[in-house]
Design a protein around this ligand. Structure first.
Ligand code: ADP
Ligand code: MG
Length: 495
């Protein structure tokens, strides 16, 4: 195994080691940055107050609506919560016409959205819809409104659970007259123009949705502490004590329910340690960042999430390929490997993170899955066994580092909230293809958790991690539910 290629691959892999002492240093710094974020604006960790002040325990009941305006599609769904940790979900998905995304007015867009909600109600909840219209006609004051959770994935400045002003459009949207306006109010007014029995009850962030969905579906009545996403990006939301969120005091127009004494914080941990005080940094991390369109930003995310792991691996493999004395994917007397000049191997972002999962999963001697994946993903044919070995060594190192890094915010939040001292089980909901599909991601994460002295093997055992699906559907519905019980909303009616 001491060929020049494998020796060099092993040497590079060691640069991705993230030993216990580094994990501990990371956790201490995360706690420091998170406290700073709770106290002040414009910090590395944003620690955004979400104004959601309670998590569900699985006994909630009722019928709620959720809509999701994120990118290309508009999703409308209704969620029936059965009160026993289960739910049924009905949904429709509509492409947003191009002209509404960019050239029209905000009224055009929001009227379109309200019409989709109307169509959805007529198809799936017509009885309720008609009863509402009948009551209106008869001048009956008593209303029976659907509470709706609005997942709006653009930058907003939130003032309360159901209000937030649009800071700017992204992702191809450009409707200038909406900027600076409350998007919940815009949607509500379009809904009211159509006389729909719907109240926009909550503005929803997808990470918070993940936390809420898990808290409802998790076994038993234990509330969930943390929701975490490891997909294209990485982020987390957790339950914080109100008294610790000292920056709330300086937010003048903020209004929220105080009776639980808690609020969910959206950590925005993708930007943890942008200053690189404690994050590990290989030459590949440095170059990836320098060549990205947002250098110096989202530095934690660039070491952990699906958008970046493939590119880190590609850069490391390219190094071995270009190093004439080791010659990865270079023909030898025993193999005639070929990398076409137009292979994605030579293209920035050309290596998808799903390849890492395939490589890590193939533990066979023949490594057939790896060979097939190299061909399918990168058009590399006839890779030798030794080439595949080298790919495995680096994949393992990069994936393992990502999983161990993921333990840093988790351990920090466990320690900071003191949850390990109070509860038997600490429930955590996760979502995203990386945590779901990368082999043993959770195992590596747990190894690192145990190495943090304040967590240790006993603490790690208390942590229950479960997949949480569909944060923008059931999660948003649950936020609408919590919001409808929020005393600061002065709701005019109740179902
Ligand atoms: P989103 O973040 O948009 O909600 P996902 O959770 O599916 O979607 O994450 C997509 C990211 O996960 C992409 O960066 C993709 O490269 C990566 N990915 C997709 N499949 C896998 C897999 N099997 N193993 C690891 N990463 C994957
Ligand atoms: Mg997702």
């Amino acid at each position: 195994m001491s060929s020049p290629l494998l020796t060099e691959a092993t040497r590079i892999a060691r640069d991705f080691d993230y030993p216990a002492a580094e994990v501990q240093r990371g956790v201490a710094e995360y706690i420091r940055q998170s406290n700073e974020g709770l106290a002040k604006e414009n910090t590395t960790l944003s620690q955004i107050p979400t104004f959601v002040t309670a998590v569900p325990n699985g006994t909630e009941k009722g019928l709620y609506l959720a809509v999701d305006l994120g990118g290309t599609n508009f999703r409308v769904c209704s969620v029936q919560l059965h009160g026993d940790t289960t739910f049924s979900l009905t949904q429709s998905k509509i492409m947003i016409p191009r002209e509404l995304m960019a050239s029209g007015t905000s009224k055009d867009l929001f009227t379109f959205l309200a019409r989709q909600i109307e169509a959805f109600l007529r198809i799936h909840h017509n009885e309720h819809f008609e009863a509402h219209q009948r009551r209106r006609r008869d001048g009956n004051e008593e209303e029976d409104l659907f509470d709706l959770g609005f997942t709006f994935s653009f930058p907003v400045r939130q003032h309360g659970i159901n209000s937030g002003t649009l800071i700017r459009w992204t992702k191809g949207f450009n409707i200038p007259d909406a900027v600076g306006h409350d998007v919940c109010a815009l949607l509500q007014s379009a809904i009211d123009d159509l006389d729909l029995p719907v109240r926009v009850a909550a503005l929803v962030n997808d990470t918070v949705g993940t936390l809420m969905a898990r808290s409802y579906t998790s076994p038993g009545e234990t509330g969930t502490l943390l929701g975490a996403i490891f997909g294209t990006g990485t982020n987390g939301a957790y339950v914080e004590k109100l008294e610790n969120i000292s920056k709330l005091q300086s937010m003048k127009d903020a209004h929220y329910d105080t009776h639980t004494g808690e609020m969910i914080i959206n950590a925005e941990w993708g930007s943890f340690d942008n200053q690189l005080g404690v994050l590990p940094c290989t030459v590949y991390d440095r170059d990836l960042d320098a060549d990205s369109n947002n250098p110096g930003i989202q530095m934690f995310e660039k070491r952990v999430s699906g958008m970046f792991l493939g590119e880190i691996l590609r850069r490391a493999l390219l190094d071995l390929h270009n190093n004439a004395s080791v010659g990865l994917f270079k023909s030898s007397t025993t193999s005639k490997v070929s990398v076409p000049s137009d292979s994605l191997f030579y293209r920035q972002w050309g290596l998808d993170t799903s390849l890492l999962s395939i490589v890590e999963a193939d533990t066979t001697k023949e490594m057939k899955d790896i060979k097939v994946a190299l061909k399918d993903h990168l058009n590399i044919e006839n890779a030798s066994d030794e080439d595949c070995q080298a790919v495995k060594i680096l994949t393992h190192a990069i994936g393992k580092r990502a999983a161990r890094l993921s333990a840093v915010p988790l351990a920090a939040i466990l320690i900071h909230t003191g949850k390990l001292n109070t509860d038997d089980i600490v429930d955590v909901g996760v979502d995203g293809s990386v945590v779901e599909y990368y082999p043993n991601f959770e195992g590596h994460l747990r190894d690192a958790l145990r190495e943090v002295p304040e967590v240790g093997p006993a603490g790690e055992k208390k942590v229950r991690i479960g997949i949480s699906k569909d944060g923008s559907g059931v999660g948003a519905a649950l936020i609408a539910l919590v919001a409808s019980k929020d005393e600061t909303m002065h709701a005019p009616s109740k179902k």
